[in-house]
Design a protein around this ligand. Structure first.
Ligand SMILES: [Zn+2]
Length: 768
């Protein structure tokens, strides 16, 4: 979709027109101001000038000329970055250094405007700040900006310096990876597609070492067979699968240090390299590791001890490099006496926490622990990074009302001296629950956590949903009231949308609200798209909460229509698929498999149900391949059997007497309340010279826990080949199942009277 440009008067802070104002551009008049940049400006400073020119023209129709500072100073100039004229207007040019790489100063020196900042990103960010604050420009998503139409673009008398709260700001959400969107919202994270013109990245993870790097740095495939002692000892045994490293082994330290250095040498401009545990438990419990962890009362003891030694060696060659490590799951608790070196960056992960409200306000047990632990780390580390979680990873597109926790958490991290904040969201696709709002708010708060929520929320809702904003806002406000009301209702990152914490009756109301919202913007295509995608989570949750529709395997009904997909399932699945294909790039779950399964289920529900040929007949043959088999391979298997009518049979071994072969009636389409007869075609391979039970079978009612008929035989009562046996005549229900197992053997001696039992097929017939 193309950018939308329209008037958004209500959301803008009014700029009072006084004599102090600099009128940068006036519609219909020639350009009075000239943009000036240094002749040796950086790519991001050149881009800053182009962006200022572009958006001023979009707002007012006036294209400001753009020159370099080898020309004479124009009568009215917008000086960008450190031009040759800039210093003459400033009493203290040392201020520039204090702004760092990302800070900026906007100052009016009538008749000139100065936007001062570093060559890295500061100048560019200052330009976006001016366009946003005084022009009212908004960049909500890669497809939806609001560039107001103005008669006058003016800047009031001002001298304002700003610096970000966090050095690394990373709202890790799919759309925010867009380089222009990220830069315009002053985001500088590792994953953003930030070109040189966007100012690049502040903290780049180098050498492919981003997280969970123990295995890549010391691969078990390479070393385990010759050196099992490099890996975790668990219950006295070294393990290869899902292992960690033995962090007290001196050879492991040598290998890891060497390989980290190798990777830094190949990628020396990156700041961060991760030496961190694999993404599972299984820490080493060998006596040497255990001694340190016991002393430190945390598994972070061996970890920090190890990472410190790597970092010390790295510092000798690369003093500017930081070694990052995870304080994650079993290493989250800070060690008692070991301290991370000044070039070690612990990164704490909030994975276990409740996100219904901010970490320090939730009474959930894991949050209290986390708060205590971060305070411990904050007191001992020179710099701290946080890996925070801001979406539902099970279903990105299910409602996940965590917006009210975001700001408190960002403030809490800032107050605990965190310098880098990684906010993991729905990173594989668009339109997760309020995805675009969350990414935009995070960008704002990572820069300044104290920006009040309310004007920001109103700004986004009005700009992004247009006339539907009040309706969407009503939905938003109410959906945020359900979680976190007690310790029993935490909002966690693998939340199931079926959880009744959000009641069904709310979804009924929510459906009506979103329908009204869609009507409100039906003539505004850009807003209509945003609203349709905004409603996706409600449709998604409603379908997930309907009773599951199961495909029947066996048809013995005279009325197949009663087993068609119910109308509500079909309508919701159809609507979800329609929006899915309209949007492109929607991702339903972090798991690829879950994403694909949901889609194929929706396609099944939305499509016409294909009734099998015998669907209208009250009689069916059930081949052995349709039966369920417990413990396949151990209790039995499907085999070729020339004696079976279709050449295939289920063979049950004589090693057990379990009811291992079943047909649940939840998988059978039958006429409710009518009587049926079930019989089976089986053969017994007898054990020569033995006498005893050949098989047993029946129908079991799981609801009332009782049998409904059955059939068993002694070996003396069966012949050599296949024969039909009647099992039951009864009125089936979905809670019933047919079962068969091999004859019971003498458990003490483990002997059976048969060698094997073969099932060719069942027959199910209506009996009245
Ligand atoms: Zn060990």
């Amino acid at each position: 979709m193309k950018q939308v440009a329209h008037l958004l008067a209500a959301a803008l802070a009014p700029v009072l027109l006084t004599a102090q104002n600099l009128t940068l551009a006036k519609r219909g008049q020639p350009a009075a101001y000239t943009l000036v940049r240094s002749t040796n400006a950086s790519p991001s400073q050149i881009y800053a000038a182009e962006e200022f020119q572009r958006f001023t023209e979009q707002m007012t129709g006036v294209k400001l000329p753009l020159i370099t500072d080898d020309a004479p100073l124009p009568a009215q100039a917008i000086l960008l970055g450190d031009t040759q004229y800039t210093a003459t207007f400033l009493s203290n040019s040392a201020d520039l250094a204090a702004l760092g790489t990302d800070g900026f100063r906007i100052v009016t020196k009538p008749p000139h405007l100065l936007i001062i900042g570093s060559r890295e990103r500061g100048t560019l960010y200052g330009v976006y700040e001016a366009l946003e604050r005084f022009g009212g420009c908004r960049w909500y998503t890669s497809w939806h900006s609001v560039i107001p139409q103005r008669d006058v673009f003016a800047v009031p008398a001002i001298d304002d310096s700003r610096k970000p709260a966090f050095a690394m700001r990373e709202p890790f959400w799919f759309d925010m990876f867009d380089g222009d969107l990220a830069a315009r919202n002053k985001v500088n994270g590792n994953a953003m597609r930030l070109a040189d013109k966007h100012g690049g990245k502040n903290f780049r993870f180098g050498g492919g070492l981003f997280c969970h790097t123990f295995n890549p740095l010391c691969p078990p495939e390479e070393f385990f067979d010759t050196h099992p002692e490099y890996y975790s000892e668990i219950n006295g045994k070294r393990v290869k699968d899902h292992t960690q490293l033995c962090l007290t082994n001196p050879d492991v330290l040598k290998i890891v240090t060497g390989r980290v250095l190798e990777r830094i040498r190949k990628d020396p401009t990156a700041r961060l390299f991760s030496v961190s545990q694999n993404d599972w438990h299984n820490f080493c419990t060998c006596p040497a590791c255990k001694a340190i962890d016991d002393r430190e009362e945390s598994h972070a003891g061996t970890l920090i001890n190890f990472v410190n030694q790597v970092a010390e060696a790295v510092e000798r060659e690369f003093p500017g490099v930081w070694i990052e490590t995870l304080a994650y799951q079993y290493t989250r608790k800070p060690p008692k006496t070991v301290r991370p070196r000044h070039n070690v960056v612990p990164r704490l992960c909030t994975i276990e926490c409740d996100f219904s409200k901010s970490l320090d306000l939730s009474v959930f047990d894991q949050n209290r622990k986390f708060v205590e632990e971060i305070r411990g780390w904050s007191g001992m580390a020179t710099q701290l990074f946080i890996w925070d979680y801001t979406t539902n990873f099970r279903t990105y597109t299910g409602p996940f009302p965590n917006v009210l926790a975001l700001q408190g958490n960002v403030k809490f991290f800032r107050d605990n001296r965190v310098v880098g904040l990684f906010e993991q969201g729905a990173y594989q696709g668009r339109h997760g629950d309020f995805a675009e709002l969350k990414a935009w708010l995070l960008a704002k708060w990572l820069w300044d956590p104290d920006l009040p929520a309310e004007p920001l929320l109103a700004d986004f809702f009005n700009g992004y949903y247009g006339a539907a904003a009040p309706l969407v806002r009503r939905y938003f406000d109410e959906v945020h009231t359900f979680y976190g009301t007690s310790t029993n209702t935490p909002l966690r990152i693998f939340e199931d949308v079926k959880n009744p914490v959000i009641p069904d009756e709310f979804y009924a109301r929510a459906t009506a609200l979103w329908q009204q919202a869609e009507t409100a913007v039906k003539d505004a295509p850009a807003h209509a798209y945003n609203v349709r995608m905004g409603a996706f989570p409600v449709l998604f949750a409603r379908l997930a909460r309907l009773p599951p529709f199961e495909e029947k395997k066996v048809w013995v009904t005279s009325n197949p229509q009663q087993y068609d997909v119910p109308a509500e399932h079909r309508a919701l699945a159809t609507e979800l698929l329609k929006r899915f294909s309209e949007a492109k790039n929607i991702r339903l779950s972090e798991s690829h498999e879950a994403h694909e399964n949901m889609l194929s289920k929706w396609r099944y529900l939305a499509g016409p149900l294909k009734f099998p040929a015998n669907a209208g007949q009250p009689r069916a043959t059930v081949e052995d391949t349709l039966l369920s088999l417990g413990n396949r391979g151990k209790w039995g298997d499907t085999v070729a059997d020339p004696l079976a009518e279709d050449g295939s049979a289920m063979k049950l071994y004589n090693t057990h007497y379990e009811w291992c072969t079943t047909l649940p009636f939840s998988q059978v389409a039958f006429d409710p309340g009518k009587k049926y007869r079930i019989r089976m075609r089986v053969r017994v391979e007898k054990a020569p010279g033995k006498e005893g039970e050949a098989f047993w079978s029946g129908v079991y009612d799981t609801k009332n826990k009782k049998g409904c008929g059955g059939c068993d035989r002694k070996t003396s009562a069966v012949g050599e080949g296949y024969a039909w046996y009647d099992v039951a005549e009864w009125v089936p229900e979905t809670a019933h199942y047919f079962w068969i197992g091999p004859g019971r053997f003498d458990k003490k001696n483990g002997t059976s009277a048969i060698n094997a039992l073969f099932i060719d097929k069942l027959e199910l017939v209506r009996a009245d």
